[in-house]
Design a protein around this ligand. Structure first.
Ligand code: C2O
Length: 530
């Protein structure tokens, strides 16, 4: 029939030929699951059925996990308890749903994997669809069509690292209490304590503002997925990891298992590696927040999701609540409320009078662009060449003079009205398969000698990479490169235009100087505009 059905058939055939139905092997207890040996979900012999939006049902309201009523906490636990009790070979089972995430992130130890949905523009839409089916399955198991996942709004916090009032802490009263396997939301592999805080430098207002005001989807959510993960393209042409994925998204993953954000030694507990992350129920609350932020970004003035048919027509396969192997296209996910029947109740944070109603926020204006316009040739090269550079586990500064012509250009770009922005690019970043990477990036702060925890002048963002596995096996990620771009604020651009030199300081977040020196490999650092 449709081209899409044909594709589903073909994909199914390819995946089916790999499957050998080994997915059901493995440890009997998925409660403290580590990276699975195999993660091919049970694949049916038939092609997927096209997703049809449910009509006429209730709109499910996703609330902050910190605002759930006691009855809603009870309902959440009942739903996960029911899911944990589903017979393991059932495709909807807790274990099989965890496998699906692993399968789509090339992370099992057997190299049998589906397409890679991390590191590019598939990231947001795939996880939205995944959460949708997960939520419907949970609701169905407890017979409650209004059941909705909560979101963990770790970005509801202040920039001050000493402030203890924010939600940049683990939602332990729900997901960690009681702290034992009698709680279906518990995961034995976490390491966070009740007083640990995600450093606001990664998730506070100063960090989130440039991300949430990204002018294009490319910058916010990533660029085209080449579906050729082993390709090593020319620098400047590789896939771009969106800022929401390459920064804040990785932080709760790494932090939940290692609150110092320093996890370089395998084995990594569940949240700390993509292959096992979805075996921790808090994964779904974390990703609901990522999904909410996508929604907020997409409603911002001048923002638009890609209109590229390659993106819109991409489909993913999941088991739905009736065990039907279902193909959903990205175009069916972009309007969560009309197509997927859920919406977010904004967080009641900061405490105080409620925010003005949405209508007052922004009248929709015409989008400027969805995919980013091409990058200009480099204005200032800080570090060139196609050979990878290795950042040792200590802060490293590159400093160069700003050429005269570049200065004039930077001055123009610094005008708040400039349609183009000054961008710091770090290209050809290698994604290590088996270690997390956290690198803070600063402009004109050569004095920074240690990672900051709260808002910091000159900080432009972080690169936070969640490894695919803890062992390096199933290493489709290894040697894969991604590009990163950080739009500089008009103030920072203006201050650069007034100076003769620019420096970029990369601060790897490692606490242990005895670790391997190959902490972070990248190819090129430069300033450009787009
Ligand atoms: Cu599919 Cu947060 O990872």
């Amino acid at each position: 029939m449709s081209n899409r059905n044909e594709l589903m058939n073909r994909r199914n055939f390819v995946a089916g030929s790999l499957a050998s139905r080994t997915a059901l092997l493995g440890g009997a207890n998925a409660w403290a699951q580590v990276v699975p040996l195999h993660c091919v979900p049970p694949l049916p012999p038939l092609p997927g059925v096209e997703f049809v939006p449910a009509t006429g049902g209730p709109v499910r309201i996703r609330k902050s996990v910190f605002e759930l009523t006691p009855a809603e906490v009870t309902r959440l636990k009942a739903a996960y308890a029911a899911l944990r009790n589903v017979y393991r070979d059932d495709p909807r089972s807790w274990y099989n749903q965890g496998l699906v995430h692993c399968w789509y992130c090339s992370g099992a130890l057997d190299n049998l994997n589906g397409m890679e949905i991390h590191g590019g523009w598939l990231f947001l839409a795939w996880h939205r669809a995944y959460l949708y089916f997960h939520e419907r399955i949970l609701g169905n198991l407890i017979g409650d069509p209004t059941f909705a996942l909560p979101y963990w709004d770790w970005d509801s916090c202040r920039d001050d690292a000493n402030d203890m009032t924010g939600r940049n802490r683990f939602p332990g009263e729900v997901y960690g209490f009681p702290n034992s396997s009698s709680n279906p939301l518990h995961d034995l592999s976490r390491a966070v304590g009740p007083n640990d805080r995600i450093p606001p430098i990664y998730v506070g207002p100063a960090a989130m503002k440039p991300i949430m005001t990204s002018a294009s989807f490319t910058e916010f959510g990533g660029s085209g997925n080449q579906e050729l993960p082993r390709r090593t393209p020319e620098v400047g042409d590789a896939q771009q990891m969106g800022q929401i994925e390459g920064g804040p998204h990785g932080v709760p993953h790494v932090w939940t298992t290692e609150p110092t954000l320093d996890r370089n030694k395998p084995p990594m507990p569940n949240m700390g590696a993509l292959a096992s992350a979805a075996f921790d129920p808090v994964f779904f609350a974390h990703h609901a927040n990522i999904d909410r932020l996508w929604d907020v970004w997409a409603q911002g003035a001048g923002h638009a999701n890609p209109d590229n048919p390659r993106w819109l027509n991409q489909f993913f396969l999941f088991y739905d609540h009736l065990q039907t192997w279902t193909g959903i296209t990205i175009s069916q996910t972009t309007n969560a409320e009309t197509s997927l029947s859920y919406r977010y109740q904004p967080p009641a944070w900061p405490p105080g009078p409620p925010a003005p109603p949405a209508a007052a926020v922004a009248a929709r204006t015409a989008p400027r662009f969805a995919e980013a316009p091409p990058l200009s040739p480099p204005l200032v090269e800080l570090s060139t060449g196609s050979q990878p550079k290795v950042l040792a586990p200590r802060p490293t500064t590159v400093q160069v003079a700003i050429p005269q012509e570049a200065k004039a250009k930077i001055r123009t770009l610094a005008a708040p009205t400039s349609p183009q922005k000054l961008v710091l690019r770090i290209d050809g970043v290698e994604l290590p398969a088996d270690r997390s990477v956290v690198v803070q990036v600063y402009v004109n702060r050569p004095d920074i000698t240690a990672p900051a925890r709260g808002a910091e002048r000159g900080y432009v963002g972080s690169i936070v990479i969640v490894p695919s596995t803890s062992s390096g096996a199933g290493h489709v990620h290894a040697k894969v490169q991604r590009n990163f771009g950080f739009a500089l604020t008009p103030e920072l651009a203006a201050s650069l235009a007034a100076q003769d030199n620019i420096s970029v300081t990369l601060v790897p977040v490692t606490g242990d100087a005895t670790k391997s020196t190959e902490v972070f490999r990248y190819q090129r650092v430069y300033l450009a505009s787009r």
